[in-house]
Structure formats: structure tokens, C-alpha cells
Design a protein around this ligand. Structure first.
Ligand code: HEM
Length: 142
């Protein structure tokens, strides 16, 4: 193959792969997106909950909990920009917030198991507030 043709192709491929990898989601973003999908579905379901669909709702709280526990073990991108001593402080605070989130998800599971739909909706609203506070504190400005 003629090098006048080969080299531009090579450069093109290199740019393509580096932009794809640069934009790939972090493991934390992947966990967060899984939480987001489960949260949105559950919020919709809880507007008109049915006892008959309880196992579906509990499957969603299961996904929320597993993804939150995975996210708890990961480090937000924002930490990388901080000096080492502040990184440790931030990660500890982040983990504490994620522990609180997991506790709330456990309370949500309990309320759903007991068909306490008003309580479940209240906890969902509280989880949303925890999300907004967590993003403000620990999410890097993109
Ligand atoms: C149910 C609750 C939550 C939902 C649905 C949620 C959802 C999301 C979504 C959709 C993203 C963007 C992912 C992307 O950019 O691709 C995200 C990112 C992020 N969230 Fe959450 N979030 C929740 C709770 C929290 C909490 C409580 C915290 C902190 C205590 C938190 C910390 C973060 C961070 C740090 C990022 C940026 C990812 C990174 O640094 O790599 N989130 N979240």
C-alpha cells in the first residue's frame, strides 16, 4: 500500500481511538448511570404502585443498592485535581455520603415490602436530595 495513503489513514485511526477512549465513561459514571435508570423507572412506578408488581420494584431497589455499593468503592474524578491530603478527606466524605445513600435505599426496600407507598415516595424524594447534594460536593465541573 502506498505510504502517501497509509500514513494519513494511520493518523486518522489514532485520532479516532484516542477520542473514543478519552470520552469513555469512568467506572463510577457507569454505576451512576445504572442507578439513574433504576431510580427513574421506580419513581414512575411509585406514582401508581400495585402490590402485584412489588417484585419488580424490589428488583429496581436491588439494582440501586448494588450500583450504589459499587460506586461507594470508586473514587470521583474530582479527587485527582486535589493535593493528596485533601484527596483522602474528600474520598472519606464521599464514602460517608454513599453509606447514607445505601441506608436510605434499605429503608426504601423496607417501605416497598410493607406497601407503605407514601413512605416510599418520601424516601425517593430524600434520595433525590442526597443525589443533588452529592453531585454538588463530589462531581467535577465538566
Ligand atoms: C440515586 C441517586 C443518584 C443518581 C441517580 C445519580 C446519577 C448520576 C449520573 C447520571 C451521573 C453522570 C454520569 C455521567 O456523566 O456519565 C452521576 C455522576 C456522578 N455522581 Fe451521581 N447519582 C446519584 C447519587 C450520587 C451521590 C449520593 C453521590 C455522592 C455522594 C454521587 C456522586 C457522583 C459523582 C462524583 C459523579 C461523577 C463521576 C466521576 O467522578 O467519575 N452521585 N451521577
Amino acid at each position: 500500500m502506498n505510504s502517501r495513503f497509509f500514513i494519513p489513514v494511520l493518523i486518522g485511526l489514532f485520532c479516532l481511538t484516542s477520542s473514543v477512549t478519552a470520552n469513555a465513561d469512568t467506572a463510577l459514571e457507569i454505576s451512576m448511570k445504572q442507578m439513574s435508570k433504576a431510580y427513574k423507572e421506580l419513581a414512575l412506578d411509585l406514582q401508581q404502585p400495585l402490590d402485584a408488581n412489588k417484585s419488580d420494584y424490589l428488583a429496581l431497589t436491588g439494582t440501586l443498592k448494588t450500583s450504589a455499593q459499587t460506586a461507594r468503592g470508586l473514587v470521583p474524578k474530582k479527587a485527582a485535581a486535589l493535593p493528596p491530603d485533601q484527596q483522602a478527606v474528600m474520598v472519606t466524605a464521599y464514602q460517608k455520603s454513599m453509606d447514607n445513600l445505601v441506608q436510605s435505599i434499605d429503608g426504601l426496600t423496607q417501605a416497598i415490602q410493607n406497601s407503605q407507598w407514601d413512605d416510599a415516595r418520601k424516601i425517593m424524594a430524600d434520595i433525590k436530595q442526597q443525589m443533588m447534594d452529592g453531585h454538588k460536593a463530589f462531581r467535577a465541573k465538566e
